[in-house]
Design a binder for this molecule. Structure first.
Ligand SMILES: [Zn+2]
Length: 169
């Protein structure tokens, strides 16, 4: 499978879903070979969207954007192939105050969603507790993203093997 999720993410990032008109969404779906693009209202301090995308190859990708754990997203993304979820803060109280998710939150969402692969974004490699580190290293289907990382579908079974090198002591 040659489809690169980067192309989808770039398109999503630079559009405000609120302003999308039907024709634009239709055009985007055609350009990217998507047969479904569904925004989900994020749980964030400012208006924000998560999105569920289904590609004509059959791949179902869910992108959280900035959000706290969201039941609606779990429903919409159930059984997805790839969940890209933010994991901005390590401490639960700080994450909740700023409407973000912790690593534990993101992994919990991914397990309840039964996502086949999960990529954690906004990941800040600072002050990781031993518990969080061990949780991350115990997951064979969770990948820690770094800036400018590009991943192909066929890489996903192997990218978690990078985690020990991306999670500093
Ligand atoms: Zn935000």
């Amino acid at each position: 499978m040659n489809w690169e999720m980067n192309s989808v993410l770039n398109s999503v990032k630079f559009h405000s879903l609120e302003k999308w008109k039907y024709e634009e969404v239709k055009h985007l779906c055609k350009e990217l070979n998507l047969y479904e693009l569904r925004p989900v209202e994020a749980l964030h301090g400012i208006p924000a969207k998560s999105v569920s995308l289904r590609h004509s190859s059959g791949v179902h990708l869910v992108y959280s954007g900035d959000t706290m754990p969201n039941e609606q997203l779990i429903k919409r993304g159930f059984d997805c192939d790839i969940l890209i979820h933010e994991a901005t803060f390590q401490q639960k109280d700080i994450a909740q105050k700023s409407y973000h998710s912790t690593v534990e939150d993101a992994i919990d969402v991914s397990e309840r969603m039964k996502a086949k692969h999960t990529i954690l974004t906004n990941f800040v490699n600072e002050d990781l507790s031993q518990q969080t580190r061990e949780l991350l290293l115990s997951k064979s289907n969770v990948t820690v993203a770094v800036d400018f990382m590009r991943v192909r579908m066929s890489d996903l079974p192997y990218t978690p093997l990078l985690n020990p090198f991306l999670i500093h002591r």
